[in-house]
Design a binder for this molecule. Structure first.
Ligand SMILES: [Fe+2]
Length: 367
């Protein structure tokens, strides 16, 4: 199985994972043949990438960090509570708390060492899917930082609620896909304070959750908002959430039709370490996020195009790769040619390539 941009689907692939709507209703079953009419429907739903099963990705498994049921239920509750908030100015905190408990229990019991941050999302579930993803990544990161479970729960709640203030902003502003005007940008920047004001008097919400919501756009160098806090004046919970927030936004960008490389997002995090983000926390995140997800097509330094089969948690830049094709010689490899970069140290990955690999092989395209 592998995740591909739907622009790179030939029509002879089958869907690797079922697609569900926000209420958990199954829209498409796994195993469905991805004909052009189905691709068109996916476009209309705003889905730009899907998991497929094809001959190239045979035997590759994608680990779910959180099971589909838990994720769908969490998205649905966040959706309902944000709606309730925008319409009635109230929310059912106990429901959200239960969602966090479920996610936390599942992640802590699974003990998965690497997380998969890429998501298949519909346009209308973008905000809720983002909140749940930030919550999941924040739990994984806080666990890696050896933060006590009771504190992790408060951080997870802050992550789930981090953009709750947006429920009070006009939908025309939230749904705008073009660049915001300076005035609109200022309006948008009000959401951390709006969110904080919504929960500040809630007796069930911890102080950690409240400050996490308030400070999730503060930057280490003091150039963030709303208070221009710097360094460790920014609560550690917010320093964790801001990294997970930006990371998910970069990889699963609603305004972009491309599946982003994790490498691009990682480069951004590293580049912004020390001025936007807390470097010590970014360093820990990079220990649990595979740079090249299983199923990614990569170009190796020996000129071979291959597919990542399995990650090596000890060295995330050196996974096991199955050789597919050498664009220079035209040689097509059999399925058994595996290159374990953990032991074959003379070869390395140059970059991930987003291509229609079937066409590349068939038409002998040079990379
Ligand atoms: Fe935000």
């Amino acid at each position: 199985m592998r995740l591909v941009n739907i622009n790179h689907i030939n029509g002879n692939e089958t869907l690797g994972k079922a697609i569900h709507d926000i209420d958990g209703r199954r829209l498409l079953n796994a195993g469905v043949s991805l004909k052009p009419s189905i691709i068109q429907k996916l476009y209309e739903k705003g889905i730009t990438s899907v998991y497929i099963d094809d001959s190239i990705s045979e035997g590759i498994e994608i680990d779910e960090f959180l099971c589909h049921e838990t994720k769908t239920h969490a998205k649905s509750i966040v959706h309902d509570e944000m709606k309730r908030l925008s319409q009635k100015r109230t929310m059912d905190y106990s429901k959200l708390s239960k969602v966090v408990d479920n996610i936390l229990d599942e992640i802590l019991s699974r003990k998965v060492d690497l997380i998969n941050v890429k998501d298949v999302r519909m346009q209308d579930e973008q905000t809720f899917a983002h909140s749940v993803n930030v919550c999941v990544t924040s739990i994984a990161l806080a666990t890696k930082l050896s933060i006590p479970v009771s504190k992790i729960k408060s951080i997870a709640m802050g992550a789930l609620l981090h953009d709750i203030g947006k429920a009070l902003l006009p939908s025309s502003l939230l749904n705008k896909t073009k660049t915001l005007t300076p005035q609109e940008n200022e309006e948008m920047k009000k959401h951390p304070l709006l969110g904080y004001n919504l929960i500040k008097d809630n007796a069930e919400t911890t102080a950690t959750t409240k400050v996490a919501v308030l400070m999730h756009h503060e930057h280490i160098d003091g150039n963030g908002y709303p208070m221009n806090l710097s360094g460790d004046k920014i609560h550690y919970s917010a320093r964790i959430i801001t990294i997970c927030d930006e990371f998910d936004s970069t990889i699963n960008d609603k305004n972009d039709n491309n599946v982003h490389n994790t490498t691009d997002a990682v480069e951004y995090l590293i580049g912004a370490s020390g001025h936007i983000f807390d470097k010590s926390i970014v360093d820990e995140l990079l220990k649990i996020v595979p740079i090249y997800d299983a199923g990614s097509i990569v170009l190796l330094s020996n000129g071979i195009l291959g597919i990542v089969v399995k990650n090596n948690s000890v060295n995330l830049t050196r996974p096991v790769v199955r050789a597919l094709y050498n664009p220079k010689t035209g040689e097509k490899f059999s399925k058994v040619r595996l290159i374990d970069l953990g032991t074959e140290l003379s070869v390395k990955i140059l970059r991930e390539v987003e291509v229609n690999i079937d066409s590349v092989i068939k038409e002998r395209v040079r990379i």
